[in-house]
Design a protein around this ligand. Structure first.
Ligand code: ZN
Length: 333
């Protein structure tokens, strides 16, 4: 397998080309760190304006999609401490949240003085969804370049349920902990739009209800939610415009009681299903579902190439695969 000499994208990645120096088209098209810094400044200012506009207006200023992982923990801390927002944390328990991640969430929300909602969909439905997502390509090719089918299913529910909750509670800011490689700075402060949400939601809700039935519908927006366009909140993912250094982040959040879990894989600090989701994707498509995200971070200089390489090209932990398969009822014999 050929791998880009600059980032870490492999030749199996859809649409990739390499020049004579072994550098990929995505690296060649990258505008450089200086241009990126300019965008970061612009979007942080945009966010500061919004934070000022919505601070102390309703019950809570911001609803944070909180997984308990390091990035969302750091984002929660920043929203609370640096931007002085009254945040409500919302966690979707997909049945695979690691025990350490639960302890972390408990310590962090308490130490930050943040209220916390945990929503746990029935596991029999989640099991149907994850088993179905492991065997079928239910989303577009473009989606599969960015994440595994299993992750996309789970995140799809998180996004819809979080938006639904924000609409019902009248909260105008929704925080996400996307890493700078997961989502570009240009989308880091963006207003949700009913028509667009309707379309993106249908692309997830359709396949999931075919896998698990109409009982998944309560996780998604209903017709009545689309009626009030004025109440549609802004999505923000501040890590795209802030300084991002994994070691610094881990040090920073350890001060509010977050501990690195030793029961998860190298691409997740909260989910015990991730290794299995990665394994399925790699076997089917021949590239790691996190490679796009990690390659972006390597290219943008927020992660060393060697570190990124290790995260992507190491084997998935057999123990984690076993745990996930057992829980999903996929073990042979
Ligand atoms: Zn590259």
């Amino acid at each position: 397998m050929d791998i880009c000499k600059r980032c870490i994208l492999p030749d199996t990645f859809p649409g990739i080309t390499f020049d004579t120096e072994g550098v990929c088209n995505h690296c060649r098209n990258f505008q450089g760190v200086e241009v990126l810094q300019g965008h970061k400044k612009e979007f942080e200012e945009k966010f500061l304006e919004l934070a000022d506009r919505y601070r102390n207006q309703g019950t809570y200023d911001c609803l944070m999609a909180y997984s308990g992982g390091k990035d969302s923990t750091y984002t929660l801390k920043i929203l609370r401490d640096r931007y002085d927002l009254r945040v409500l944390a919302l966690t979707l328990d997909n049945g695979f949240v690691s025990e350490q991640a639960f302890r972390n969430m408990c310590h962090v929300t308490e130490n930050l003085g943040v209220d916390h909602l945990i929503f746990k969909p029935r596991f029999d439905l989640m099991k149907k969804i994850f088993r179905g997502a492991a065997d079928n390509d239910i989303y577009s090719k473009k989606t599969l370049e960015r994440a595994s089918t299993i992750c996309t299913s789970c995140i799809g529910i998180v996004k819809s349920f979080t938006l639904k909750t924000a609409l019902e509670k009248g909260i105008m800011l929704i925080g996400f902990g996307w890493s700078p490689g997961q989502a570009p700075v240009q989308s880091s402060v963006i207003r949700t739009n009913p028509a667009l949400i309707k379309a993106t939601q249908a692309a997830i809700q359709g396949p999931l209800s075919r896998l698990a039935g109409e009982e998944v519908n309560p996780y998604f927006l209903e017709e009545r939610h689309f009626a009030h366009a004025d109440g549609f909140p802004y999505n923000v993912h501040p890590l795209a415009f802030l300084r991002y250094d994994e070691d610094e982040i881990v040090r920073d959040i350890s001060q509010i009681g977050w501990q690195m879990p030793d029961d998860t894989d190298s691409n997740s600090t909260n989910c015990l299903l991730n290794a299995f989701a990665n394994d399925v994707h790699i076997k089917r498509f021949n590239f790691h579902p996190y490679v796009w995200e990690i390659a972006n971070m390597v290219r943008e200089g927020v992660m060393g190439r060697e570190e990124g390489y290790k995260k992507i090209y190491g084997a998935q932990s057999p123990d984690l695969l076993k745990i996930a398969k057992e829980k999903l009822g996929l073990t042979e014999g």
